[in-house]
Design a protein around this ligand. Structure first.
Ligand SMILES: C[S@@+](CC[C@H](N)C(=O)[O-])C[C@H]1O[C@@H](n2cnc3c(N)ncnc32)[C@H](O)[C@@H]1O
Length: 236
């Protein structure tokens, strides 16, 4: 893991991230097929568990326009016909976009009423505000979220200002026995907008610990690794 040498002040960092997010607001790096793969891993683990736990609630950190929140909600919890339809209708034009956006928006969760089928997001950019997206920083999330989420997903660790602080905060909100789905660009050099670079599987394991459940060094994009870790926190 490499960190960009010139540290910004907190205000500069927040401003830089929001400006960057605004410039690419319609872009979504995550595809419905990606989330289908993660959902298959989680469902298989659940079926094999001696004492199965519900998968959710789920939180997506650094979610930009929130499309990944809609994909996770559908691919984890919607009827199969809707999951298949969303995958079939999705378009890939450098970025993944919804074929029928209104169909993806059906059944959004509420931040103030989390349950095992909730999927919510966290995003710095105020343009992302929705009833299922909390606007704020993923390194300073609500105190009431301690030990809450069965799944934390993020492909935005590269945007951390302080990797140790972000990792501690992501671990805080995962409930014991929950999963971290962590995606990162291979060999990316750190920059002012992406202050963390050069992430690898050993970095993910050092930062978060837990049990390695799944690793693939190429998702729907070349040069993009996907890791799933089960975070025990002393749970059986
Ligand atoms: C690399 S983009 C990923 C967006 C989305 N997950 C995707 O796949 O297209 C990073 C997003 O994280 C947001 N972000 C950066 N730093 C953040 C922070 N400290 N807290 C919350 N969101 C942050 C940015 O505003 C941006 O929208």
């Amino acid at each position: 893991m490499k960190q960009f040498p010139a540290q910004q002040s907190r205000d500069e960092y927040l401003r830089t991230q929001v400006q960057r997010s605004d410039a690419k607001f319609d872009y979504c790096k995550v595809s419905a097929d990606d989330v289908r793969r993660y959902a298959d891993v989680l469902h298989l683990r659940q079926r094999r568990a001696k004492r199965p736990q519900p998968i959710g609630p789920v939180v997506c950190l650094g979610t930009r326009n929130g499309r990944e929140v809609d994909i996770f909600r559908t691919q984890l919890f919607a009827p199969h016909w809707r999951q298949r339809l969303m995958r079939a209708l999705e378009r890939d034009r450098k970025s993944f976009t919804a074929g029928v956006p209104m169909l993806e928006a059906i059944g959004r969760s509420r931040l103030d009423a989390l349950d095992e089928h909730s999927v919510v997001g966290v995003e710095l950019n105020p343009r992302a505000a929705r009833r299922d997206i909390w606007v704020g920083s993923f390194d300073a999330m609500p105190a009431v979220w301690t030990d809450t989420f069965g799944v934390v997903f993020s492909n935005s660790f590269d945007q951390s200002q302080d990797p140790a602080r972000s990792a501690a905060e992501w671990l805080r909100v995962i409930r014991p026995g929950g999963y971290l789905i962590f995606c990162f660009a291979n060999d990316a050099a750190p920059t002012e907008t992406d202050p963390i670079g050069g992430l690898s599987l050993p970095d993910a394991r050092d930062l978060f610990g837990g049990e390695l459940v799944y690793f693939q060094d190429r998702g729907s994009r070349a040069g993009y690794s996907e890791v799933i870790l089960r975070i025990n926190k002393g749970a059986a």
